[in-house]
Design a protein around this ligand. Structure first.
Ligand code: FEO
Length: 395
């Protein structure tokens, strides 16, 4: 499948309806994804990015239906990660001498992945490739989200080929932002930001400010995953600015795991306490053993405070809580508050361990947390409600 975006640009990527996990098992893709590749027909013929390796043969076969491969003058590799470069080996077998334009780090990454000495051309911010009527302007986007990441802007048609930035893991037959369900689209866009871009937020702000200063017209943002932003493309740029700026909603999220319901009872009682003090706050509860981890991360991203709870097991915490805390630590959330809770039968280390992890993750930890011995009785439930009430007053 391919489709024309305008007279000059054709989408030649792959929609992956079946994808359910990405980055190994690190990112759940409930809605599949797409690997967007674009063919530009100006006086010169340019291919921007390719697709993931499992679809390499299909990609090259489809591309041949679009164009005689020998007519391709330039390949642009905006990003070396295999979901975009994975079809390069198959393609380069056919056209081994075509220059591949990418950043200096892109050369390193592509060589590291494929161990091939292709005809690389290193580019940096501001470099221009004249392709006829239009020009391609390169903008390095280091650490958004890999060292090699780059945007390519096409003058004339005013298209930003942004690669991962502004993308979503979202397969849809309607390839434009104005044609898809807006709730679905933004659910996937914020999940993508929360789970992938959060640690790079200061760089997101800097890069957007840099691009805005260029004061160039923007008619479309062609991402490498999901839909193309053509209806008011600045909407997603503005959203990124909002998300990058220590984003939080009036939400408190409780993430816990429980062995015999004691920690669950604590979670529900704490939630009740929070609501007693502030009925307007959106309190959400997730059992980390039963909920998709990336969906939990998205809820953490939206929260002004989180509570993390675990029973004590073998002087430690339950593995699903340990796993989500590890993810939270890596994402470097800013200006969020947190507290710990958990039940125990004899040794009771869980709350202390969770507090330590939350501190390491950069959260402002409130108090020492709440521990309950065995199953909370009436008094225990009262203590948990009061704990929630105190917490609500502190956030
Ligand atoms: Fe979609 Fe960083 O690759």
């Amino acid at each position: 499948m391919s489709f024309k975006i305008n007279d000059r640009v054709t989408w030649v990527g792959k929609t992956d309806w079946e994808l359910r996990n990405f980055h190994g098992e690190e990112y759940s893709t409930h809605k599949g994804s797409s690997y967007n590749s674009y063919l530009i027909r100006d006086e010169k013929i340019v291919l921007i990015d390719t697709v993931w390796k499992p679809f390499a043969k299909e990609f090259v076969a489809n591309l041949k239906k679009e164009i005689d491969l020998n007519k391709i003058d330039y390949i642009i590799a905006n990003h070396a990660e295999v979901d975009h470069s994975g079809a390069l080996p198959e393609l380069m077998k056919e056209i081994p001498n075509v220059p591949i334009y990418c950043t200096k780090n892109g050369v390193k990454s592509l060589k590291g992945h494929y161990h091939e000495d292709w005809n690389f051309v290193e580019v940096k911010t501001g470099d221009i490739l004249d392709i006829g009527k239009n020009k391609l302007v390169f903008i390095e986007a280091r650490m958004l989200h890999w060292p090699d990441s780059m945007f390519t802007y096409m003058t004339g048609d005013n298209i930003l080929f942004s690669n991962d930035a502004f993308g979503q893991h979202y397969a849809s037959e309607f390839m434009y932002n104005d044609l898809v369900d807006q709730d679905e689209l933004y659910k996937e866009a914020i999940k993508y930001y929360a789970n992938i871009l959060t640690p790079f937020s200061p760089l997101v702000i800097k890069k957007i400010e840099e691009v805005v200063k260029l004061n160039v017209p923007l008619d479309m943002i062609c991402t490498s995953h999901g839909i193309i932003w053509r209806d008011n493309p600045l909407q997603i740029v503005n959203k990124y600015m909002e998300w990058a700026n220590k984003y939080k909603e009036n939400q408190v999220t409780l993430v816990y795991d429980t062995m015999w319901d004691a920690t669950r009872i604590m979670a529900e009682s704490i939630a009740q306490g929070i609501k007693n003090v502030d009925p307007s706050v959106n309190v959400k509860l997730y059992n980390s053993a039963k909920t998709d981890k990336n969906d939990i991360i998205t809820e953490v991203f939206k929260s002004k405070a989180i509570l993390v709870g675990s029973s004590t097991i073998n002087k430690g915490i339950l593995s699903s809580v340990a796993s989500i805390l590890e993810m939270i630590k890596g994402l470097e959330f800013k200006e969020k508050k947190a507290a710990a809770f958990g039940s125990y039968g004899w040794s009771g280390e869980s709350v202390k361990i969770i507090n330590e992890e939350l501190n390491k993750a950069g959260f402002q930890v409130i108090g020492n947390g709440l521990k309950e011995l065995w199953i909370p009785d009436e008094e225990g439930i009262k203590r948990a409600i009061e704990f929630g009430e105190d917490l609500a007053r502190n956030i």
